[in-house]
Ligand binder design. Structure first.
Ligand code: ZN
Length: 332
């Protein structure tokens, strides 16, 4: 997702506003961080009651994929502002698919979800780390605190069990529990994997760089990867976990393909952030870094998922798993 505070910052000068919009969440967070840090709880919208289970599990051969609900709450602004091209028909189809995303009036109420891939022996790859605690960079707009640590404990996963943390991208609602506010890695045995292009696109003062990238580098925990990367495998009866570049939402955005037992699952990250982009993949999200590339990534991922009958595990739909081949899609 992205920082919605940017377009609502009324005092932003034109130059600043352009930076906020063009550079996505991270620049906006820098600008708004002092006030967010001063009153994190007051600045954040109230968390709504989660509509779904905090933990949902699917088995893929030898792998278990757990969808872990960090938080649920209103997204600032209207849903039409977030998805300016969506038509009434798009909204109607999206509402049938994901009614819980539709709050009062014209509001959007996303889930904030992370995913764990548990392999034989209890080793875990965690995909994204949610919005984080009170005072985290997402505090200015997301319903902090997230509950990921408690949800992981309920799932029987201790921080020490996590051997890899995949960050789909460096927006603050995806890295919130990666390090403590003091900069200590939350998962002491994990290497943290992010695309090199994602890190390279960060300016030197971006919050993502100072809050998460630099502490992980100092701790020797950051692994920058280039393009498609097999984490565990090989493919076949034993299954595989593969990182797939899906740029556009951010320059180095990546998704995660899990193959096991002949089945496939895609942890999408923010390739699509609302069901309206599932029923109508041409609909852009207002905060995509490169809308044309984001659309191409979304269409390719959805085409692949439909062709191969892959299940989707998204970060922000109010359903832990979605079968895209069973969804009515608008064309054109
Ligand atoms: Zn997001």
């Amino acid at each position: 997702m992205n920082d919605p505070t940017a377009p609502s910052a009324p005092s932003a000068a034109p130059g600043r506003r352009r930076v906020l919009r063009g550079a996505l969440a991270l620049a906006g967070t820098v600008a708004l961080r002092p006030s967010a840090a001063a009153t994190p709880a007051a600045a954040a919208p109230a968390a709504a009651a989660p509509t779904g289970s905090a933990i949902a599990v699917r088995r893929f051969g030898r792998y278990e994929v757990l969808a872990l609900l960090d938080a649920h709450g209103p997204f600032p602004g209207t849903r039409q502002a977030a998805f300016p091209d969506a038509t009434a028909a798009d909204w109607e189809r999206a509402r049938r698919l994901d009614p819980a995303a539709f709050g009062p009036g014209d509001t959007w109420e996303p889930d904030f979800r992370c995913h764990a891939v548990r392999r034989p022996g209890g080793r875990v790859t965690l995909v994204d780390t949610g919005i984080g605690p009170v005072g985290s960079p997402a505090s200015g707009w997301a319903p902090v605190p997230g509950r990921l640590p408690a949800v992981l404990a309920r799932a029987g996963i201790s921080p020490a069990d996590v051997e890899a943390v995949v960050l789909t991208h460096l927006h603050e609602d995806h890295y919130g529990w990666s390090v403590t506010p003091e900069g200590v890695p939350v998962f002491p045995n994990a290497r943290y994997l992010v695309q090199r292009t994602e890190v390279a696109a960060l300016g030197p003062t971006r919050t993502a760089r100072t809050y998460v990238v630099e502490p992980l580098l100092r701790a020797g925990r950051l692994t920058e990867v280039d393009g498609r990367t097999v984490l565990a495998g090989p493919a076949g009866p034993g299954g595989a976990v593969t990182l797939l570049p899906t740029p556009g939402h951010t320059p180095g955005h990546q998704s995660v393909l899990v193959e096991g037992g002949g089945d496939r699952l895609l942890v999408t990250g923010d390739v699509l952030v609302h069901a309206v982009q599932l029923v109508s993949p041409a609909v852009r999200y207002a905060y995509e870094a490169d809308p044309a590339t984001a659309r191409r990534s979304r269409e390719q991922l959805l085409d692949d998922a439909r062709r191969t009958r892959a299940v989707l595990a998204t970060a922000h739909l109010n359903r832990p798993f979605v079968r895209p081949w069973a969804v009515e899609v608008a064309t054109g």
